[in-house]
Design a protein around this ligand. Sequence first.
Ligand SMILES: NC(=O)c1ccc[n+]([C@@H]2O[C@H](COP(=O)([O-])OP(=O)(O)OC[C@H]3O[C@@H](n4cnc5c(N)ncnc54)[C@H](O)[C@@H]3O)[C@@H](O)[C@H]2O)c1
Length: 350
Amino acid sequence: MTVGVAIIGTGVMGAEHARLLDREVSAAQVRGVFDLDAERAAATVARVPSARAFDDPFELIADSAVDAVVVASADPTHERFVLAALAGRKPVLCEKPLAPDVAGCERIIAAELAVGRRLVSVGFMRRFDPGYLRLKQAVDAGGLGLPLMLHCTHRNQQAPAGLPSESLISGSAVHELDIARWLLGEELSRITVHRPRSSRASLPTEDPLFLVVESSSGVIIDIEVFVNSGYGYEVRCELVAERGTVSLDAPAPVVERRAGAVLRAVPADWRPRFAAAYRSELQNWVDSIEYGAPCDAATSWDGYAATVTAQAGILALRTGLAQPVSHLDRPELYPAPTGGARPAQSTAPG
Ligand SMILES: NC(=O)c1ccc[n+]([C@@H]2O[C@H](COP(=O)([O-])OP(=O)(O)OC[C@H]3O[C@@H](n4cnc5c(N)ncnc54)[C@H](O)[C@@H]3O)[C@@H](O)[C@H]2O)c1
């Protein structure tokens, strides 16, 4: 048996998901793609022989050869495609964010609740990264004692000129906001955003930004986001606990010694850094559809919580004031419905 997949949006991420599903994920076949940019769709179809390009995304989602949908189009379009997949009772893996606005996430959760079983997964792929999984194992094992602080760094080599400063929170730091909830197993409650001096390479974008986030039990999470670091893509994470610390090490396995220096390559973007995570995320998702295996991907609730927290961060950036992370006490959206294949939500509400 094979899961027939539709991919909506064949830009950087959609093309990569198509390649992985075609070449590296078992029990899956890409049956169709749609992108507003027909040339991009055609370029993906040329590399993935099982796929054909559709003219209408909703016809593609409804097509009988399509069992499941990957949404990798521009952020504001996610909601309508996720809702179309839910209307067809088809599992959907939506790239982050689930929706850029809180109301959009709420509409998606309401539609999923109406179906009565888990169908939505959100592409917070760090939950599948071997390094982050080891961090979580160390935290959950309990030997470190209670977590006290989490230091996070998120650097990109270069961002598009004129990127809105808010995107550093909603597009980049949102990964840290999700991974902090997942690592600590609790909600975030308060967020402040500091503006260091901006890099001259970034202006008018305010870059870097420095976020200070509190969890509901009092763990302090600091997040540096610097999207024009100039040198490459790098993510760091160190958890400080009562009896020790645990941190990600540099993932590159090769170190070169030459000309009086020790050199370790830094990738230019996130794809090589998280290659194993993207592959494992897709395989886990396909296995959950094909064999009923537990789906470990972020849920619609996780996507909602990430958007709520990012929106509070954007308000903190605009006002210069600490903001509460509200809207997370929503029993009507949580827990997930019973009677379907939906596993427990991965993170409890605060
Ligand atoms: N999980 C991650 O690590 C990660 C990394 C980067 C981007 N993303 C997310 O993935 C998504 C895609 O990002 P990207 O970097 O591939 O961007 P991209 O700009 O390279 O690709 C987006 C594609 O969506 C298409 N598109 C726009 N509106 C559309 C519509 N209405 N219908 C169909 N296609 C449409 C565009 O033509 C483009 O080809 C975004 O939501 C982004 O936030 C996730």
